[in-house]
Design a protein around this ligand. Structure first.
Ligand SMILES: Cc1cc2nc3c(=O)[nH]c(=O)nc-3n(C[C@H](O)[C@H](O)[C@H](O)COP(=O)(O)OP(=O)(O)OC[C@H]3O[C@@H](n4cnc5c(N)ncnc54)[C@H](O)[C@@H]3O)c2cc1C
Length: 298
């Protein structure tokens, strides 16, 4: 059943200071960015009645992408399309562009924001694993000040995050990546179809070999499997300083089968998710071994 729109209120503020004041003084304020998640809830009569904060009225959130020597900054209203069409990402963070290209279709990519993808806290978010892969952290702002939280530490459970009710996610900050021929990146979304489908299982991963074929650095992030986007830090530790061999691949696949506690939902079941998650791990490590051109120089 659709909800009566007159029961909702929306605040528009002309500055960040005013927006943070409104977040502080309103009971349970709900930020409204692109609205591509929130409007679906409205359509199905599941959007909580309350006061929403129109982020498009806040000029500080509207600037798009900043690139410094150390980091890349996505702002509160940076969309998928902003990243997809920006030449910087193709060479240095290609997985962000790949993720942008698989979220919904062009309308959603043009309106939906990276911050909204984080804020919605869906286990099936496609943008979050790509950001986590690159060690993104968040700037959370309230009237009391700002703090930084690693995206990998942001989720505490299903739809549970460390964000306080009066905080806005102001920025996503991603450290600049060193590109060399010893590194390999992988992002694969498995859904009902290639386009316009929500993920059933997603693996975003990267590794770097040094020296020669030794794994020096590695990130493994699963989406749509656990109740929230999940980085497998213990498996990463296990794989560090090892060479990729059939034995190591088998160990990693076993680890994934054992460590992940997949969810059951309308899109898929736990058994399928576990098996596909294992297959993706095997594919990632096999492709990394096959595709990297090993060199001793950097
Ligand atoms: C047809 C369709 C297809 C879709 N396909 C995909 C898909 O393939 N993959 C995928 O991952 N998602 C998909 N989505 C979901 C959605 O488009 C994305 O999650 C998008 O990134 C949400 O961004 P938004 O700006 O529209 O968020 P909004 O709807 O505005 O907000 C989402 C949540 O984030 C919170 N929020 C927003 N901004 C802030 C902030 N600054 N601080 C704190 N909290 C904040 C809001 O309060 C809300 O809880 C789809 C949606 C639709 C309608």
């Amino acid at each position: 059943m659709r909800t009566n729109i007159a029961e909702y209120s929306m605040i528009s503020c002309g500055s960040l200071v005013q927006a943070l004041e409104a977040m502080d003084q309103t009971p349970n304020p709900i930020p409204f960015a692109g609205g591509t998640d929130l409007m679906v809830y409205l359509h199905f009569g599941k959007l909580p009645i309350g006061t929403y904060l129109n982020l498009h009225s806040v000029p500080e959130l509207r600037s798009k992408i900043e690139i410094t020597d150390q980091e890349v900054i996505l702002h509160g209203l940076t969309t998928y399309m902003d990243v997809y069409t920006h030449s910087f990402f193709k060479s240095e963070m290609p997985i962000l562009q790949q993720a942008a290209s698989v979220v919904g279709a062009i309308g959603i990519q043009t309106r939906g924001t990276w911050v909204g993808n984080i804020g919605n806290a869906s286990p099936a978010a496609d943008g979050v694993p790509a950001l986590m892969l690159y060690d993104a952290d968040l700037v959370l702002a309230s009237r009391q000040g700002q703090r930084r939280v690693f995206l990998a530490d942001y989720y505490q459970g299903y739809k549970k995050t460390v964000r306080l009710p009066n905080e806005l996610i102001l920025e996503i900050r991603i450290p600049r990546q060193k590109i060399n021929t010893n590194s390999f990146v992988y992002y694969r979304k498995v859904g009902e179809r290639n386009a316009q489908a929500i993920s059933k299982v997603l693996l975003a991963a990267r590794l770097e070999f040094w020296p020669s074929q030794t794994i020096k650095d590695i990130r493994i992030v699963y989406g749509s499997v656990m109740p929230y986007t999940y980085r497998m830090k213990k498996l990463e530790q296990h794989l560090l300083n090892q060479h990729i061999t059939p034995q190591l691949i088998a160990e990693a696949v076993h680890w994934v089968g054992h460590d992940l506690k997949p969810i059951d939902d309308i899109r898929s079941n736990a058994k399928y998710r576990r098996k596909v998650a294992q297959n993706l791990m095997e594919e990632f490590l096999t492709q990394a071994q096959a595709n990297v051109v090993f060199s001793e120089g950097k």
